[in-house]
Ligand binder design. Sequence first.
Ligand SMILES: Cc1cc2nc3c(=O)[nH]c(=O)nc-3n(C[C@H](O)[C@H](O)[C@H](O)COP(=O)(O)OP(=O)(O)OC[C@H]3O[C@@H](n4cnc5c(N)ncnc54)[C@H](O)[C@@H]3O)c2cc1C
Length: 466
Amino acid sequence: MADAGAPPPPSAEHPLRVAVVGAGPAGIFTADALTRQSAVPVAVDLIDRLPTPFGLVRHGIAPDHPKMRAIRDTLHRSLDHPLVRFVGNVEVGKDITLDELRRHVDAVVYTYGAALDRHLGIEGEDLPGSLAATDVVSWYCGHPDADRAGVEAALAGIRSVVVIGVGNVALDVARVLARAPEELEPTDMPQHVLDALAATSVEEVTVLGRRGPAQATFTTQELRELGELARATVLVDPAELVLDADAEERAAADRGVARNLAVLREWSRHQPEPGHARLRLRFYRRPVRLLGEDRVTGVEVERTAVDGDGRAMGTGKLEIVPADLVVRSVGYLGTPLPGLPVDQRSGTVPNDAGRVLRGGRPSPGEYVAGWIKRGPSGVVGHNKHDARETVAGLLADAADGTLRVRGPVDDLVRTLQDRGAEPVLLEDWRAIDAAEQALGASRGRARTTLHEREALLAAVRAAVGR
Ligand SMILES: Cc1cc2nc3c(=O)[nH]c(=O)nc-3n(C[C@H](O)[C@H](O)[C@H](O)COP(=O)(O)OP(=O)(O)OC[C@H]3O[C@@H](n4cnc5c(N)ncnc54)[C@H](O)[C@@H]3O)c2cc1C
């Protein structure tokens, strides 16, 4: 017999209220999976600390990859769903605490990504002219929190760049810095970014891998693109493509590795071309320290050999690679939201198939998806499967009564407004979107990203006449 005092199960009149924290791909796929089913009536608040949705699809995917960035159009369909309310410009942990948020809803799904850069932990890393890939990417994508002055100062007058790391993000950074201004001109980068990049004349970009070409994590598509730049020639030392037996085995077992090696072998025949920047891919080199007094002048690297387990072992042979700018691209890390556990080593929220674990046990009403659930790797599409798994757990908990609709609660947006916050709702985001497209059109482009938070909010205020 039903317990007369128990809260009712979710219904169309009293849907399960779910807050999703982070409107990147994982958050949007979570909202999508929640609203695609009809077994459990839901109402979703999709919260983001920025006034804009899409997370790293807006502020990570390289602006010279317009086809990839067009995934926004697909994601937007989920934002448009009547049961989803976009609540931007609200930082959970700052504008509202986790406890307060949980009092407003029946369940929370954390999808706030993993935005912190990993450090190399070597001498000189904090010198001017040493940046994290996150700094550079945030800047060229127009993230409101990017250190615009810092990055532009680091770029001024540079001739040679070292990018440390051989993943796709490292290649993004190397490619953007080696591109000719006319190649970047049609992108949605903020105008001051285009101007700053056009003012640099990079002559040499060196991408450094600790291990060999068989262990690099870039994909062949990203790699090949380096060979298509208008004014840069990719150079590879053929000696670094000679594989030992383990690497040969790896190449035989993994078609991606074999394809990468084929591309690199072709490039190993390249010679520097007059008038072109040199884009060198170098392997078996581990950074030991960054050199320089007032700013970076180079990287001291140690030659390595790869052991049977695929680990880079130092050989003691040191060399110097000169550089005016060093960009480290050695991975991202998730950080805790105040009040939420995060495993320090993996930078993820402890979970069992998306149910948040506190003290090793599932915490009722708390879920996690995306990079903060499984770590910072994988493409946009991976977050879809991941979000579905999490939502399946949430819906099962609603079906078996673990999750219930609590009594009437104050509306989240009203609460935020009452305390002086300025939530950006879907119509407001549309005003930003329209302003960016209009700005782009005035310069013959599809869009120009508004960089500063104030500029984004000004577009909202202008549209609603506030
Ligand atoms: C530089 C770079 C380039 C990439 N390029 C590609 C590519 O070309 N193709 C591809 O398929 N994948 C690419 N990826 C991977 C892809 O971007 C990720 O798989 C995906 O964005 C992860 O989704 P997420 O939702 O977990 O995190 P995110 O995309 O990081 O979204 C997290 C969201 O949470 C918000 N947030 C953070 N903290 C709070 C808080 N306290 N309160 C409220 N909101 C908060 C953030 O503002 C953000 O919008 C790239 C990644 C990077 C870093």
